[in-house]
Design a protein around this ligand. Sequence first.
Ligand code: LLP
Length: 420
Amino acid sequence: MTERYPTPTLKTEGGALHLEGVALDDIATRFGTPSYVYSRAALTASFDAYRQALAGRRALVCYAVKANSNLGVLSVFAGLGAGFDIVSGGELARVLAAGGDAGKVVFSGVGKSRAEMRQALEAGIRCFNVESAAELERLDAVAGELGRKAPIALRVNPDVDPKTHPYISTGLKSNKFGVAFDDALALYRRAARLPNLRISGVACHIGSQLLDPAPMTEAAQKVLGLVDQLAAEGIALDHIDLGGGLGIRYRDETPPAVAAYLAPLLAVFEGRREELCFEPGRSLVGNAGLLLTRIEYLKPGTEKNFAIVDAAMNDLARPALYDAYHEVVAVQQRQLPPTRYEIVGPICESGDFLAHDRDLAVAEGDLLAILSAGAYGMTMSSNYNTRGRAAEIIVDGDRVHLVRQRETVDSLYALETPLA
Ligand code: LLP
């Protein structure tokens, strides 16, 4: 049986929605809307699921910062001993500002700049996940300039089909990510000859919102084959990074539990000495957060009825960008017959929708909770239409922490100058 809401710490009490011990209504009154609201208990529980599934193994869970990079969220994971998977110097700065350990940071991404390499070398990160031959040469040069050795893994592209949305599948030959599997051996030999690199591991990441462990297991088997080939050549790896990708329930998906997802992967590496790394993002934060928004207007129409809310595609881009589904729940229960609505924002684009065809018993001024918005929500937001970004709040039991203030309008153009 599935829980009523995909967000585990969300419940209805006295006809009103609460996240942990706090009424969402009170949060809206105190901080305004739209606001992202995260549950600390849900963040902790999802991290613990990884920890428990990996108990007794040499393993490191590197939270993929791109999913939600708020310092409050990062500090929760840092406090739990997490490592971090970053894709920019900006994300590294955030991790350090939140108290994260540079020694547990892996750096992914196809376009690392020289400045980002220097920053990461100086911070002393755990590993660069190198994605091309050219990057390997550049990293060797930058490390040489600093008189350091750069720890590296090659991100290999195992060419398996993760069977997910094409925008978020990354392990196929046709993707820009990683080095072709068949080139990996030659590149490792090259890396072994470069004076300023230290070969540490191998990495792969095949895609996101994966609901079936089979493609990942297939990728893991291919990677293990490579590890053995390398060992035969005297290139011993210390860690194997299997990326992120475990999916969550947005609607009626039935993703495996963390332990069930990891079990076939762990079986592939049974008895091996290498440390296993994972880079989960969505499965750690996605269902720990929601977007709280208020209905500005109800606008009945002949074809469709619109609920115009104060959140928009600039706050949550996933529906407009991927046609993604997010559950929408009324915060206060009303004794009204439900009406079918398009949930749309104030932005001047027809693509500005948050949800289609939702039956809701609501009135103007009511609050809606848009669920499963903890991952790739705030991090993909923009200031389109000169809209300040939403506030971010972490609920912890009956306590409430404002972890990002709502952006003010003057801050949006503070870096701009009119011509005289
Ligand atoms: N590691 C690497 C190298 C990645 O590229 C990603 C995500 C992750 C880890 C984390 O994957 P996760 O566990 O979150 O699936 N904006 C899209 C998702 C893009 C994912 C990009 N890479 C969305 O809103 O669905």
